[in-house]
Write a protein of this length. Structure first.
Length: 436
């Protein structure tokens, strides 16, 4: 990396990378996934989640091979550009940015919803925008400070999920998993896909800080591998324990309401202890840490993704500058925040999640195509880690991602058109800046 383009500081070890990997995703255990129950019920979301877990495990190991061999802040953007050329690089880069920029508004809305339980006098939107300002500033200060904070709140959030699951299992009944298990038929399986993805969305963000790892060739593998294992366990515990308390409808709809909730775990726990119990308030308090961990972590990864696009003139060079004092991508962080706040103002959490998932699936598809291309055209590339069971792992990830993309497009046609309109609009800017 030349000094002209600006260097990011190498400060992260494997524990920090684990904290970032789990932290990016862990909010998906606290909210969002339950919206898939309204689409597919327990069985529909369960089947969707089963295949999405397979996709993420095979994808993560394949992606880790590229991240260890090409430790750049752009992640998929850099892998696709090297393996497939500039146009594919643009597609991977813009898809990654859409995923990382649209996920935080949905999480910010959930932060506002959780916080509003304690302070109903404060507007949810005000809380969400305040969170954006605070955590963008924290990321501006420096990556090590941001990563230490991320590790701390991630550990708290993991412990709280374990406490919640353990306590919920005391009231668990198998019959509750079978109640109205497939309310919309088999089509509900496909409609639930984006919410199954939400359980793991943004795990690939670990690759975007590989440039800041002390020993990327070893630390990225350790961070990625331990993070995906942790998340699969937490997903299974959260899914079964919360629904097993009183059925799926109890963690989707608050009593007396037909509107889906952004806080499913408090709904489940209130069925056991009521809303005045110590454990109920503890869950809400630490649940906020889980949301903050993902919110803060994805903001961090998004800044690196946008930075790399700017450095290579795929978008405005304004966002491609590293601040000489903080060694952080200040301009990219601020621009991402402003776009996120605009999305937040729409108030459509489910739609925002779906658009982020379109970005994620595009990223996974392009990344796996780039994986095969790199193996063929850059066989001499030093690969400290090689994916097990090649070529089956990357092929499985690619096939499931394509099927998921087709299914999501069929059931979310309008949002699919909006997503590709954003991609097309950005392509015009890419041609302008890259030509110059």
């Amino acid at each position: 990396m030349t000094e002209q383009k600006g260097e990011l500081k190498r400060t992260l070890g494997p524990l920090m990378l684990w904290g970032l990997g789990v932290g990016y995703v862990i909010s998906g255990m606290y909210f969002g996934w339950n919206l898939g129950l309204a689409e597919g019920g327990t069985l529909g979301l369960g089947i969707a989640t089963f295949f999405i877990i397979i996709m993420y495990v095979t994808f993560t190991f394949s992606y880790t091979e590229m991240a260890c061999a090409i430790p750049k802040a752009g992640g998929a953007f850099d892998y696709a550009r090297l393996g497939l050329g500039n146009n594919w690089g643009y597609l991977a880069g813009i898809a990654q940015s859409i995923e990382f920029i649209f996920a935080p508004p949905a999480i910010a809305a959930a932060i506002g919803a959780y916080f509003n339980i304690f302070f109903p006098g404060i507007d949810v939107l005000t809380i969400a925008i305040t969170a954006y300002l605070i955590f963008t500033l924290l990321n501006i200060v420096g990556v090590r400070s941001a990563a230490i904070f991320e590790l701390f709140i991630t550990i708290l959030a993991v412990v709280e999920l374990l406490i919640f699951s353990g306590f919920s299992y005391t009231a668990f009944e198998w019959e509750n998993l079978q109640q109205n298990a497939l309310p919309n038929g088999w089509k509900g399986v496909f409609a639930a896909i984006p919410f199954a993805i939400w359980f793991f969305l943004a795990i690939e963000g670990v690759a975007n800080v590989a440039e800041e790892a002390r020993n990327p060739q070893k630390d990225v593998l350790r961070g990625f591998g331990s993070a995906i294992l942790t998340l699969v366990i937490l997903c299974l515990l959260t899914f079964t324990s919360s629904i097993g308390v009183a059925g799926w409808e109890a963690v989707v709809y608050p009593e007396g309401s037909s509107e889906p909730s952004d806080s499913p775990l408090p709904l489940a726990l209130s069925q056991i202890v009521g809303e005045n119990h110590f454990l109920y308030h503890l869950l809400i308090t630490i649940g906020l840490f889980g949301l903050v961990a993902s919110f803060h972590g994805i903001i961090l990864a998004a800044g690196r993704s946008t930075l790399e696009l700017g450095r290579e003139r795929y978008v405005s060079p304004f966002v491609g500058k590293v601040n000489p004092k903080t060694k952080t991508p200040v301009n990219a962080l601020i621009v991402n925040m402003l776009i996120g706040i605009l999305a937040l103002l729409t108030g459509k959490t489910g739609e925002i999640i779906t658009i982020a998932c379109f970005g994620a699936l595009t990223l996974y598809i392009v990344s796996m195509i780039a994986f095969f291309s790199l193996r063929k055209t850059h066989s001499d590339l030093v690969r400290p880690f090689r994916v097990p069971l090649y070529p089956y792992f990357p092929a499985i990830a690619l096939v499931i991602a394509i099927i998921a993309m087709i299914a999501m497009s069929i059931y979310n046609l309008k949002l699919m058109l909006i997503y590709w309109a954003i991609v097309a609009l950005g392509y015009g800017g890419y041609k302008l800046y890259h030509r110059n």
